[in-house]
Design a protein around this ligand. Sequence first.
Ligand code: 7XF
Length: 396
Amino acid sequence: MNKKLSFTTRSIHSGYDASQHEGSLNPPVYMTSTYCFDDVEQGAARFAGEAQGHVYSRISNPTQAVLETRLADLEDAEACLATASGMGAITAAIWTLVRPGDTVIADKTLYGCTFSFFQHGLTRFGVNVEFVDCTDIEAVSRALSAKTRVVYFESPVNPTMRVIDIAAISQRVHDYNPGIKVMVDNTYCTPALQRPINLGADLVVHSATKYLGGHGDLIAGAVAGKQDLIGEIRLFGLKDMTGAVIAPLTAFLILRGLKSLSLRMERHSTSALALAKHLQGHKAVRAVYYPGLEDSPYFPLASRQMKAPGGMIAMELEGGFDAGVAFMNGLQLIKRAVSLGDAETLCQHPASMTHSTYAPEERAEHDISEGLVRLSVGLEDVEDVLADVEQALAGV
Ligand code: 7XF
């Protein structure tokens, strides 16, 4: 077939040829740590990078390779590296890119452990990190300097749901210096809803723990981009700096999850939109942050940049922190749990959970309010989710 297959079809088929694997419909799980060389010369050539082939599973594994080919294809990237966690992907990539004296410009709000890695990890090793409001292109421009090596952000942002203009930032940064790497955390959207490489970004990172896996049963990550850079991240950031290698069974489970990615993201999005609209009209709710709401300041950008608004909602209740706690404790069907992107609707409190790596004054500075409640809308019938939210709000 010459025609390029659709995204959904590729999420099921890409990167795997059953005829190479005894006709097995699904990729085999290669449970091996090492690979046998025909002779010393072959082993030496593989180590020297002069011959193709696996060497050791801290570097690559055939099941992982299927996943990497598929994810690269879905992100419209040349190559991909799958890792043991989202943090494994982020750290492997950043350690490969930065040197002492370099500056990383990051959005002012990030997932808590990414913030901690930047604020408390990189800075220990002489890398400067500047937190900037990346919804303000001029502010990003002002922060750029000869020392800037990476510009890093999430969109939508965890947990506040700000939406950042990937194309505009990529253009501005690359006009200034094409060598600066624009790195986008695409965890909230997945390539089913947003493809940052097509918008000009250099690297896409994921917590595959979330929607890519989709079933709350694994921890994994991925980074995608140009072949040469992904090769460097594999052979330095992964092999020597972090060792955050994905397990073959985990790679298999993500491949299984990807088969339903499009369907799941559509359903997460339609259910989240229905819930966001419902919450917006509720007297106990002070604010709803969801880019699919027409009066969201991010609605126009989100409509251009994202295929659908996704499954994540943040909200503030009338009565702030205490009301949020009462709401969460009143939930019966919805699970009180961190993480996101699962079949189950999950609810968590960023200030005390995912973003507790920020000091209270840092949370204030970075716009994470103490009363914010985050919902990851699952795949249940939305009427059941709405009913649980309704009864929990009634009890506040
Ligand atoms: O290392 P992980 O697979 O947990 O991924 C880290 C990560 C990276 N980027 C984003 C946007 C994330 O949300 C995450 C993990 N976040 C979870 C959450 O927000 O619930 C972690 C639970 S503490």
